[in-house]
Design a protein around this ligand. Structure first.
Ligand code: SF4
Length: 356
């Protein structure tokens, strides 16, 4: 007998669920919105709790399920702002992905704040040389439901409440565009998580045309940051093969056309690696890039050598020196405190070995 594949409710918006229920269930579709709210609050699909007939309850379970992930491991690292935690989660086909809870400065009233760093793929085909995820290539794309499930699974099973989301985990989010776009719709659904777009940031290496495609979604308040990591095609191309297909001039033009609102500020992540991208000339070229794009905030990230190090971590003096050069170039700058380095949860380290 052929079994029907169950539809993962976490990959649907509430309107999508109502429509799917109407078209596939013989009865009981009228409670779709209530069930949607129930699932996003509890992780449970319990149509019986809404007083449906046995036939309708069975039909719901025969068509839909909630794709929570299995928590395989959680590793913590204490830092100034609190605990940075990496969760290793398993999909239903036994593959593992990782997401990270990053503590942020607390709300003015003292309530804790955190950002959840999400994965969009298992592995990645972009091959950035400084990145643990890139070393193994792409295994597969995550579905929209699996992307959303990272938020629900960590909230329900680990108690992680994260007000901000950033796609900076495993994978190039814009290389899995359709699933990402659907996940963004689901994450913003007012009957579910209701994340405002400004609470979500997409971090991309900038594959050709991808930023323009993201703009076509019309989510004007969505945050965007680019992995820059070099001011010249030579240095960036050596670290990021994507630069050969889409050089800095082309990327700059695409980013300059991206803004959909007056106060948009592009994030530019710059992982500082001694001997590879830390010269005065690189800083000058980064300044040129920022001026050409518009409003840019450079996130300067000291390199964390992983299991296949490209070199050493920069010294404090080297980081300060490069920061000063960027300031001389007029760049707005934020030095990112490296969080989670000891648990392989820092930038470019997901998918690597997890020390126990
Ligand atoms: S840095 Fe991002 S885009 Fe580059 S290989 Fe790693 S996961 Fe992929």
């Amino acid at each position: 007998m052929k079994t029907r594949a169950l539809c993962d409710l976490l990959g649907l918006t509430s309107d999508g669920l109502a429509e799917a229920a109407r078209s596939s269930l013989p009865s009981g579709a009228g409670v779709a919105n209530q069930l949607y709210q129930q699932v996003f609050a509890t992780g449970l699909l319990e149509p019986a709790s809404l007083g449906l007939t046995e036939t309708s309850v069975r039909a719901w379970h025969e068509h839909f399920h909630v794709g929570l992930l299995e928590v395989r491991q959680v590793v913590d690292e204490e830092g100034e702002l609190g605990m940075t935690s990496k969760a290793v989660l398993a999909t239903s086909d036994g593959l593992t992905l990782e997401c990270v809870r990053i503590p942020m400065p607390p709300h003015p009233d003292g309530r804790p704040r955190a950002t959840l760093c999400l994965s969009s793929q298992i592995g990645c085909r972009m091959g950035c040389t400084f990145c643990e995820t890139g070393h193994g290539g792409l295994t597969r794309n995550l579905t929209a439901g699996e992307i959303v499930s990272q938020v629900l699974t960590t909230r329900l099973k680990l108690g992680w409440e994260c007000g901000n989301l950033v796609f900076m985990g495993m994978g190039e989010p814009l290389d899995n565009f359709d699933a990402l776009a659907q996940a963004l719709r689901v994450l913003g659904d007012r009957r579910g998580f209701a994340y405002a777009a400004e609470r979500i940031t997409i971090c991309t290496s900038g594959p050709p045309g991808a930023v323009t495609k993201l703009r076509s979604l019309g989510m004007a308040r969505l945050g965007l940051s680019i992995s820059l990591n070099g001011g010249s095609d030579g240095s960036r191309g050596a670290l990021m093969p994507v630069n050969r297909a889409h050089n800095l001039a082309a990327l700059t033009a695409e980013l300059a056309a991206y803004s959909q609102r007056k106060n948009f500020v592009l994030g530019a992540n710059y992982c500082l690696i001694p001997g590879l991208n830390d010269t005065r000339e690189e800083a000058r070229l980064v300044g040129e890039f920022c001026r050409a794009v518009g409003r840019v905030l450079v996130n300067l990230i000291p390199y964390n050598p992983g299991t296949v190090p490209l070199g050493r971590a920069p010294t404090e003096e080297e980081v300060v020196q490069f920061s000063l050069w960027l300031k001389e170039e007029g760049c707005a700058l934020r030095r990112r405190v490296t969080k989670g380095a000891s648990i392989m949860a820092a930038c470019g380290q997901l998918g690597g070995a997890t020390p126990l």
